[in-house]
Design a protein around this ligand. Structure first.
Ligand code: ADP
Length: 326
């Protein structure tokens, strides 16, 4: 990118210098035309015998010179503005393409890793089960690990599949009424079963909404998955649902992790975006989770925002339209 920027600036500087050079050449040529016209006038009109005519012709020549100067300056300035706008547009789109291709590259690396590591873990556990006669307890542990890893694979495949559907604009949410309260209770139960850590649940009963419950579940799962991923194991994660008024439900996922810096809050919803660079990131991920969650919630006329948790961490707040309270 740096090499491109330097070459681009050099080419732009050359074009601008060439434009200035041509502008100056035109002005010089205009000066020469004026001098020639004055000589011709002097040969044709005697200034001492016909001073009035001479002065009139001379002032006409000066007017022509001024109008040429104005025309050249205006045209030069227009060209310069067009060149600068064009250069800015080209540079902006090129920089965006480079950024996207870099993010896609990181994404491919992350996806390959994310796909390979659960497959390798499942294979290893199954091979251990096949080769060794283990007691019931150990067998169950290995099977449990396999199930967890296949859940991870399943989540990742869902995200990838859904991302491509959203990109291809094939996804239209099925608008069916469902119980948000029941969905949230199931989600919390599922996470509590999958992870050996503290989930605090404050789910208000009777909240109903309309939409694609399976997709909304993916959106909420991604947020809770992040809370789990970015929060130390000894810290609790609080998941709540409440009706803020007759028409709005608020789902909060609060963690006590590192939190999200102010300047990153809007960027983390971009596709493939991950905070920090590849070396500094310890947690695995693809940068797709929040992008998808945001899209799904927006398709349901909802909204995701981020608040700071106290004393540390973040709270992801999902607002969704509420049908009615049963
Ligand atoms: P992924 O987790 O796969 O990297 P996401 O789109 O889910 O992708 O999240 C984007 C980025 O936002 C993450 O890489 C992480 O840096 C940041 N992030 C998301 N959730 C949290 C959280 N609860 N706490 C701290 N950082 C978070």
């Amino acid at each position: 990118m740096r090499v491109f920027t330097s070459v681009y600036i050099l080419i732009l500087a050359y074009i601008i210098a060439a434009l200035v050079f041509w502008e100056m050449s035109l002005q010089r040529q205009s000066g020469r035309i004026f001098a020639q016209e004055v000589t011709t006038l002097r040969n044709q009109v005697d200034s001492t015998r016909l001073p009035n005519i001479y002065r009139h012709e001379m002032s006409m020549l000066k007017q022509k010179l001024d109008s040429r100067t104005r025309q050249y300056v205006a045209e030069g300035a227009t060209f310069l503005i067009v060149i600068l706008i064009g250069a800015a547009v080209v540079y902006g789109s090129f920089a965006r393409r480079i950024l996207v291709s870099k993010q896609q590259n990181n994404f491919m690396l992350a996806v390959t890793h994310e796909l390979k590591s659960p497959i390798a873990a499942i294979k290893l556990n199954l091979q251990t089960l096949e080769k060794h006669k283990l007691d019931e307890d150990k067998r169950n542990k290995l099977i449990d690990r396999c199930i967890k890893e296949s859940n991870r694979l399943n989540d990742l495949c869902n995200n990838l599949l859904f991302a491509s559907q959203i990109e291809g604009r094939q996804y239209k949410p099925a608008m069916e009424p469902f119980s948000l309260s029941e969905m949230m209770e199931e989600v919390v139960e599922d996470f509590a079963g999958r992870y050996n850590r503290r989930f605090m649940e404050e789910v208000e009963g009777g909240c109903r909404s309309t939409g694609d419950a399976a997709m909304l579940r993916i959106a909420i799962n991604n947020l809770i998955e992040n809370a789990v991923k970015y929060t130390p194991e000894n810290k609790p994660i609080t998941i709540s649902l409440k009706a803020t008024d007759d028409a709005t439900a608020e789902i909060c996922i609060a963690d006590e992790g590192p939190g999200i810096p102010e300047n990153e809050k809007s960027r983390i919803f971009d596709k493939f975006y991950r905070i920090g660079n590849e070396e500094s990131r310890k947690a695995k991920g693809t940068g797709l989770g929040l992008y998808l969650s945001n899209k799904i919630v927006a398709q349901h006329d909802g909204n995701i925002s981020i608040r700071n948790n106290m004393p540390s961490g973040s709270v992801f707040v999902v607002e969704l339209p509420l049908n009615a309270k049963a």
